[in-house]
Design a protein around this ligand. Structure first.
Ligand SMILES: Nc1ncnc2c1ncn2[C@@H]1O[C@H](COP(=O)(O)OP(=O)(O)O)[C@@H](O)[C@H]1O
Ligand SMILES: [Mg+2]
Length: 238
């Protein structure tokens, strides 16, 4: 099934398969923060992020979002559609946190009057700098139509995920998406949706249940990831 390795990133490895239009993604326990400066292992993360992504992507498909996901193969592996990743990270924010709070001097936890979509150039070497869509078009990273579609999909994903998590006792503060082009040029959601790529706060206590526990040395990292898997796969509350 798995042939040669195509990419290794900070959290996953991507392998070719016999089918040129399909890859196998393997999720690792490796965790990095601050542009790779801080590195560690989070025990069980690979399995948990694989399981959370493999749970959410089919739900998004059913909600009309095209994704790269095909099938969960094992604890750490999933089969996906091979895409050309568009080097624009898409961040959707519901509540001020992280770099948004820092950049603008807005206290973390301040609700936003409407969702905010931000774009960053996917470049480890440059630290994923903030860009706008003109930059992405001018530098040939994506077409205008693609960027319009990406924004529409990102907001539709938000509209699905916010109530999905709310029904499971979680506030979705913000999240990062990656999109890619399939061989026929269709734009699909790729990569992952997990505690590595989202901010999740407990709805009762506002406790952080995501990678910020690792970034900020809050402890209880493994427990938070395990609890997020439990909530994501749980039926809706009351
Ligand atoms: N369906 C796909 N086809 C091709 N590449 C993909 C697909 N899904 C994710 N990727 C890419 O796989 C690489 C490995 O993922 P990851 O370890 O998260 O990388 P990174 O260190 O860039 O965050 C990333 O470059 C990501 O964009
Ligand atoms: Mg990644």
């Amino acid at each position: 099934m798995k042939l040669e390795q195509r990419y290794e990133g900070k959290a996953k490895k991507v392998y070719a398969t016999e089918n040129p239009h399909e890859y196998v993604v393997e999720y690792k326990d490796d965790a990095t923060a601050f542009n790779g400066v801080k590195k560690a292992q989070i025990q069980g993360k690979g399995e948990i992020n694989n399981a959370i992504t493999a749970h959410l992507f089919p739900l998004l498909e059913r909600a009309g979002i095209p994704t790269h996901f095909l099938e969960k193969l094992g604890d750490r592996e999933q089969r996906v559609r091979a895409v050309e990743i568009i080097p624009v990270e898409v961040i959707v924010r519901n509540v001020a946190a992280g770099s948004f709070s820092k950049r603008l001097g807005i206290e973390e936890g301040t609700p936003l009057a409407r969702p905010v979509v931000e774009y960053c150039y996917k470049s480890d070497a440059l630290g994923d700098p903030l860009i706008n869509t003109d930059t992405a078009v001018a530098l040939g990273w994506a077409g205008e139509d693609e960027l319009r579609r990406i924004r529409e999909l990102a907001l539709n994903i938000r509209d699905f995920l916010v109530p999905y998590f709310a029904e499971r006792g979680i506030r979705l503060i913000d999240f990062k998406l990656e999109f890619g082009r399939t061989h026929d040029g269709t734009v699909v959601l790729a990569d992952e949706i997990s505690p590595d790529t989202c901010r999740f706060w407990d709805a009762q206590t506002n406790e952080k249940m995501d990678k910020d526990r690792f970034r900020r040395d809050l402890g209880g990292v493994e427990d938070a990831y395990a609890e997020m898997l439990r909530r994501v796969t749980a039926p809706a509350e009351g």
